[in-house]
Design a protein around this ligand. Structure first.
Ligand SMILES: Nc1nc2c(ncn2[C@@H]2O[C@H](COP(=O)(O)OP(=O)(O)OP(=O)(O)O)[C@@H](O)[C@H]2O)c(=O)[nH]1
Ligand SMILES: [Mg+2]
Length: 148
């Protein structure tokens, strides 16, 4: 089964995002069943411990995920960028997420712009609390899973 890993520092909202995505999937799968469409892709969502934890077991997960979500919650994201290189070397497709986006007055746009400036990567702003960006993230995950 294809694995989607959720990475980020301690308390960056990894587990909350996993539940938000799972809820989304359950709703979607129910819709699919109602329409009798078969072949829904099943994936395993993998929650991980913080990348800022010493001897993080996230290292092991990094080796096996097809798609990796890297959560960023503030403008000190050097560690996250280092992990992105590591995940890329291991062959994962990386989606950068501005997590807990509801905490920002601008919905995380300025942080996403800062990430883009430093890394060239487009970040998706997501809030597990309000649900903002969850559908978009789910769609992006599915696009990445469909590739190769
Ligand atoms: N405002 C807001 N708070 C959030 C959001 N997501 C998570 N939180 C809160 O942030 C805290 C940490 O969330 P978790 O999902 O447990 O974060 P985690 O990365 O799994 O944390 P660890 O497993 O301990 O590393 C909790 O108090 C959550 O309620 C969000 O989208 N918005
Ligand atoms: Mg957690």
């Amino acid at each position: 089964m294809k694995q989607v890993g959720i990475f980020g520092k301690r308390k960056s909202g990894k587990s909350a995002l996993m539940y938000a995505l799972t809820r989304q999937k359950i709703i979607q799968d129910a819709a699919f069943r109602a329409m009798e469409i078969s072949g829904v892709t099943r994936v395993m969502l993998v929650d991980t411990v913080g990348v800022d934890v010493e001897n993080s077991t996230a290292e092991q997960s990094a080796q096996s995920v097809k798609v990796a979500l890297m959560l960023i919650t503030d403008d000190s994201f050097e560690l996250e960028l280092a992990w992105i290189s590591k995940l890329r070397k291991a062959g994962s497709s990386i989606i950068v997420v501005v997590s807990q986006a509801d905490k920002f007055a601008d919905g995380g746009k300025a942080l996403a712009a800062a990430i883009k400036e430093v890394s060239g990567m487009e970040a998706l702003c997501v809030s597990s609390q309000t649900g903002a960006g969850v559908v978009e993230l789910d769609e992006e995950i599915n696009r990445r899973l469909a590739k190769g």
